[in-house]
Each structure stands twice: as C-alpha cells, then as structure tokens.
Design a protein around this ligand. Structure first.
Ligand SMILES: C[S@@+](CC[C@H](N)C(=O)[O-])C[C@H]1O[C@@H](n2cnc3c(N)ncnc32)[C@H](O)[C@@H]1O
Length: 296
C-alpha cells in the first residue's frame, strides 16, 4: 500500500465529520460574530476544515488563512480547494499560487495559503482573526507554552478540535496484555516526541486554558469511532484505518520494550481484520470552544 499524507487527510474527513462535537459546533455558530469575519487555521493540512465549514454552511463571508508547514499539503490544497469548490457549485478565482476566492450569491470566501511553521507565522501576523481553528493539531505541540502564542492569533474565539485524550482501542482483542502494552507504548511515543505532544491533551486543555485566562464556552468529546456498516467501511475509511496502523508501525517498530515478532503478528492480524471489515477502532478526543479574554 502507498502511504500518502494528503490521502490520509482526505480519508479522515468522514471520520471527523461524525466525531466533531455537535454541541461545541452549535456553540461556535451561536458565538460567531456576524460575517464577514477573519479565520486563521493552523496545522490546516489540505483544507478539509474549510471544505467542511462551507458544506455545513457555517462560513459564508470570510477571509480564511490556512497555515501548514508541510509543502506537500499546501500544494495539494492549492489544487484541491478549487476542485471541491467547483464541484459544490461555487465560482473560483485564483490570484497566484497562494490566493483563492470561492464565491456564489451567498458566499464570498477569500483564501490565503501559507506554507509556514505556525510559530513563525505568529511572529509575522499583523491582524488577529475573529476565529482561530486548530483541528487535530494541538496534541502535537509543546504544552502549555504553545497556547498563549497560538491564542494571540485571535481577538475573539478559538475552536480547538480533535485533541487526543488518552484512549485508543482496537476490537476484537485476542491478547489483552499485548493490546494494553501496545496502547501504552504508543501513547508514550506521543508524550516523548522531541517536537512536543501529549497523549492526554484533551483533559489537560481545561487547566492549560484556564491558566492563561481563556474562557471555555463549550467542551465535549469528539471520539473517532470507525466500524463497518453493512459489511463495508464507509467512504474511504478502510484507507484511514490502514494509515492508523501505519502510524503504529512507524512509531513502535524497533521499540525495545516490544517483542518484534509479537508486534509484527499483531500488525498483520489487524490488517487482516481490516480486509475482513472486522476491525473496530475508537480514539477518545475532545473539542473546545474558547473565548480569548486576554485579547485586545
Ligand atoms: C494531524 S494533521 C491535521 C491536518 C488537518 N488539520 C486535518 O485534520 O485535516 C497535523 C498538521 O499539522 C501540520 N503541522 C505540524 N506541525 C506544524 C507547525 N509547527 N506549524 C504548522 N503546521 C504544522 C502538519 O503538517 C499536518 O498537516
């Protein structure tokens, strides 16, 4: 199988659509200032959240800045955003490689693609947004020190979604002790990455956010739950599951505490379960809507 990160982000869309906490989303809609608004999304990947917010009619008039450090993602976004916008019946104008406008009678969204490290972007950003979005991103960062820097990007709201929170589960389980060990070690790799990360970032965000004076307007679970329906995985979720196992393989191969053969057998059995549409995967995560009280 070929492992492509943009393809993984595409395959994650339907999983995230189900997972996103709808009470927190409702709170976002209620608290969003009247449009036009400025949105900055950090760790934006290929632009799946922009697509979702257009599809869900949350944004209509906006300036939307997508920041991601991976060139492959930004290049993919530059080609893919016009494609999905056109398919949705929107007109598209391009202003160079990094500027797009998607619009119809009800929508006018001016998009800027920034290939940059989020913290370099923070240094040069002049005008804060009305809404900061960080989706499946905060659990990769050093905390709590990253939070005040990120929140400086918004003068009002931050929607902080899909923050991993300490539970990974695969079913069916043949060897509970091995399963527990793989889960524990996988979480440990998140906690010991040199670039930062926290396997319990969801629950820790309550304290971190309160610690910097941000007001939590809404919070709730946004668990990934992936299982076959009618004997088939939905959408491209078979690829999504394969990529999740790829993350496990990349993170844990060669780990001294883990028996190499036992782990190889585990991977191969889990892959066979995907082929048979038997594998059930759950990851516990949390969403937050926050008001930045220190702004202005
Ligand atoms: C798990 S992906 C999520 C992408 C996107 N939010 C989504 O869910 O489709 C995390 C993203 O953060 C980006 N990233 C990681 N560290 C970053 C940094 N310091 N600055 C900007 N982007 C970063 C990666 O390139 C990747 O696209």
């Amino acid at each position: 199988m070929e492992y492509s990160f943009p393809h993984y982000l595409l395959s994650k869309q339907s999983v995230d659509d189900r997972a996103l906490n709808k009470d927190v989303l409702e709170s976002l809609k209620v608290n969003l200032p009247s449009q036009p608004i400025k949105i900055i999304e950090v760790g934006a990947g290929i632009g799946t959240m922009l697509r979702r917010l257009l599809r869900w009619n949350v944004i209509r008039q906006a300036e939307y800045v997508l920041v991601d450090e991976m060139a492959e993602n930004v290049e993919y976004a530059s080609a893919w955003i016009p494609q999905f916008a056109t398919e949705a019946g929107l007109s598209v104008e391009r202003g160079g490689q990094s500027q797009l406008r998607v619009f119809d009678e009800a929508h006018d969204v001016r998009i800027r693609l920034e290939r940059a490290d989020a913290f370099d972007f923070i240094q040069k950003n002049k005008e804060p947004a009305d809404l900061l979005i960080a989706h499946a991103f905060l659990d990769l960062l050093p905390m709590p020190e990253s939070l005040p820097k990120l929140l400086s990007l918004t003068k009002d709201l931050a929607w902080l979604t899909i923050n991993f929170d300490g539970v990974t589960s695969f079913e069916p389980t043949a060897d509970a002790a091995l399963e527990e060990k793989i889960e524990r070690l996988y979480h440990k790799t998140m906690d010991t990455r040199p670039t930062g990360g926290d396997s319990k970032s969801g629950r820790h965000l309550f304290g971190h956010l309160q610690g910097i004076g941000a007001e939590i307007l809404s919070a709730g679970s946004s668990d990934w739950v992936v299982h076959a329906v009618g004997g088939k995985y939905l959408e491209d979720e078979k690829y999504f599951l394969s990529f999740i196992l790829h993350f496990f393989e990349e993170s844990l191969t060669g780990y001294v505490e883990l028996n190499t053969d036992a782990f190889a057998d585990w991977l191969s059995e889990r892959r066979a379960q995907i082929e048979r549409c038997e594998l059930v995967y759950v990851a516990h995560q949390m969403d937050f809507l926050v008001k930045n009280r220190s702004a202005g």
